[in-house]
Design a protein around this ligand. Structure first.
Ligand SMILES: [Fe+2]
Length: 239
């Protein structure tokens, strides 16, 4: 039935033309700013996932800060230099403040403060313990090791708080972001202070080494002079 076939082909053609015009109109239409229900759904899903990630990270760093309030006094005991002891002492007071700030952020989220074991911080603390065990009590090397361990902790905290601030801002939690920024600043200041102490510690160790080398050299030349004198005396006696 050729007539029907032709009609059908024509109908198909005109239908596909209409479709293609509709597609073109859709693709050239200016965005209205209104989101489709699907896009809105995806966005709210992403929002609640970010919220979960935010509270999980809060629990993680809350555990870490609480652990540090127990670890810092031990580190202070193991340190030798007065400046390092003082820096640890001051950071301990700050860390107690960090714990309270996190509790405020939990409250702002409408959640009870809850700690979740942070594997990364546990590892960093263990590493710090090993450094202390492997170095001599009262040595500059031990102080250098403590500074290194403390800086690793600070860098972990800086990374965490930096991310938490961004998350809070994205979630529209301005007050929480402001609180977290305060802690972030203190972590950065502590890191800088530790860098200064590390440089001072290394310089001191170098100076000490140079002094010891010089003393050794002086002793050696004194001994050489003495033995030359003895040889000369012996020769004179033989003559
Ligand atoms: Fe902290």
């Amino acid at each position: 039935m050729p007539t029907t076939n032709t009609r059908s082909t024509k109908t198909n053609r005109s239908s596909s033309t209409r479709q293609s015009r509709a597609n073109t109109a859709r693709s050239t239409a200016k965005p209205t700013g209104r989101k489709t229900p699907k896009a809105e759904n995806t966005e709210s899903n992403g929002h609640s996932q970010l919220e979960k990630l935010f509270t999980d990270s809060l629990k993680d760093i809350y555990w870490a800060e609480k652990q540090l309030t127990k670890v810092l006094p031990k580190m202070k005991k193991k340190a030798t230099s007065a400046e390092l002891k003082e820096a640890i002492e001051e950071h301990l007071a700050q860390t107690e403040g960090h714990v309270s700030r996190l509790e405020q952020v939990f409250n702002l989220c409408g959640k009870k403060p809850q700690a979740k074991k942070c594997d990364a911080m546990e590892g960093l603390i263990k590493e710090g313990d090993s450094v202390v065990e492997e170095t001599q009590d009262g040595s500059e090397t031990r102080d250098a090791g403590i500074i290194m361990a403390a800086q690793k902790v600070e860098h972990y905290e800086i990374a965490t708080y930096g991310t938490l601030v961004v998350f809070a801002k994205t979630l529209g939690m301005t007050e929480a972001a402001d609180i977290l920024v305060e802690t972030l600043k203190e972590e950065k200041d502590t890191d800088e202070r530790l860098t200064g102490l590390a440089e001072g510690n290394i310089n001191q160790a170098e100076e000490r080494e140079t002094d010891e080398e010089n003393e050794d050299r002086d002793e050696y030349s004194d001994e050489e002079e003495e033995s030359e004198d003895t040889e000369e005396t012996e020769k004179e006696e033989e003559e």
